[in-house]
Design a protein around this ligand. Sequence first.
Ligand SMILES: N[C@@H](CCC(=O)N[C@@H](CS)C(=O)NCC(=O)O)C(=O)O
Length: 220
Amino acid sequence: MSLTIYGTSASRASRPLWAAHELGVTYQHEPIHYKDAGVKTPDFLALNPNGRIPALRDARPDGEVIVWESMACVLYLARLYGQPDGQGITPSTPAEEADALRWAFWVVTAVEKEALSVLFQRMVLPAEQRNAEVLAVAVQRLQAPMSILEQHLQQQQTKGCAYVAATRFTVADLILASVVAWAKPATALFEQRPLLAAWLENCLARPAQQTVRALARQGR
Ligand SMILES: N[C@@H](CCC(=O)N[C@@H](CS)C(=O)NCC(=O)O)C(=O)O
């Protein structure tokens, strides 16, 4: 079996890379960049016709599997490479499975666009291209979903759970944190929501996440 993850860690490919490191999976990394022509070559388009990263190729005894869409890649890795034993990130009960799925769909529809806008307006764009109004709208639109997460974490705390789906860090936390982290430069969102802030820092401090950030520093 051999697993290849395509995409630089300074992209949404950080999500399957983070999952792979949480799971201790051996993989090959093709750190192609979304700004490079590499994502639009016929070879890559045959892998992902969207011409976007991440994508993964899993050569299995029963045939090759191709996955694209970052959250699908993460869920695939957790399902195929983890054990549902209640120890690691893989959901181990129907409720945990449902949590992973619902938070994945929710975060890409309710949070990702605005969180990315915060990242671009505060960190990525050159100063002269930043727009305070665009930033303010994004932060305003994030208020409700961030409160939903804060309330959920509060409910989890009353059940003795420090994470969104269980007493341990699971793929649901990875999925959520990988998107919510983009909104970090909007510090007021987190100052007003202490459980969310603490949970996010806890997720981002994980060794597997640190490893992926180190890859980004190396330009991989
Ligand atoms: N919904 C997709 C979005 C993928 C995506 O837009 N990836 C960016 C990098 S983070 C990309 O490859 N952009 C290149 C392009 O749009 O040409 C996912 O989550 O995988």
